[in-house]
Design a protein around this ligand. Structure first.
Ligand SMILES: [Fe+2]
Ligand SMILES: [Fe+2]
Length: 239
């Protein structure tokens, strides 16, 4: 929970300025949200094909329609703010439901993800108050996300019939998400350490090797000037 508050505080502090300076950056961020919403819609559609419970099918279908609307809403406001044309599409997708057995985990995942996205969108709505159209889209979508969060949990409880199992599944999702974030974070830290090491190597050995490299370069240039390449097909003046 503290990480959500921290992220929202950072968003609120930095977003107004960065979006004011660079509207293309704002448009790109909104387009990314549109892609995330589109992916949510796809996940609901995919899950729909793996359940025969009518009530759950209805909930999944309604949510998929709303996610499509969210995707459209973000894309529309992104196009309004964009100065240039958008580039390429989004990356690959990891499929959350591959069989009926995955539905319980998917509902727990949907509950947790909708909760996180709702908090994030509320944070963005507050941070971009200088862009009323974008703030309105964020606020409207956050209301739907809160509903999705509640519905996913209620559906999960209805199918598993136990609060303990629901809580266990939600903790499993939390753990997997935290592990995935840690992997992403450690990769960035690894990249940063590598860059620092590389910079240190250049700083230490660069001055030592500079004169050697300059000498080698001068020598090879002199050789090329002294011995121009002969084209065997070109006739010489003597012939
Ligand atoms: Fe959504
Ligand atoms: Fe949602």
């Amino acid at each position: 929970m503290w990480s959500t508050h921290l992220r929202n505080a950072v968003t609120r502090a930095l977003l107004p300025l960065s979006w004011r300076i660079d509207s293309q950056h704002a448009a790109r961020t909104l387009k990314r949200f549109s892609e995330v919403e589109f992916d949510s819609a796809w996940q609901y559609l995919n899950a729909l094909g793996h359940t025969r419970v009518p009530k759950m099918q209805l909930m999944l279908f309604e949510n998929l329609l709303e996610e499509m609307e969210h995707s459209d809403g973000f894309l529309e406001v992104a196009h309004k703010l964009a100065r240039d044309r958008f580039q390429g599409g989004s990356g690959s997708r990891s499929v959350l439901v591959k069989s009926a057995n995955d539905i319980h985990y998917f509902l727990a995942f949907a509950h947790e993800s909708e909760k996180a996205i709702c908090a994030q969108f509320n944070g963005y709505a507050r941070a971009c108050s200088h862009l009323p159209a974008a703030a309105e889209v964020f606020r409207g979508i956050a209301i739907d996300e809160e509903k999705h969060e509640r519905e996913a949990r209620a559906s999960l409880l209805a199918v598993v019939g136990s609060e303990t199992i629901v809580r266990r599944l939600v903790w499993k999702v939390k753990f997997k998400k935290a592990y995935a974030s840690w992997l992403r974070g450690s990769q960035h830290i690894g990249d940063a350490i590598f860059t620092l090491w590389l910079g240190a190597v250049y700083l230490l050995f660069g001055p030592l090797l500079r004169s050697y490299c300059a000498a080698r370069l001068t020598k090879s240039t002199q050789v090329q000037v002294a011995e121009p390449a002969q084209n065997p097909l070109r006739p010489t003046l003597e012939s």
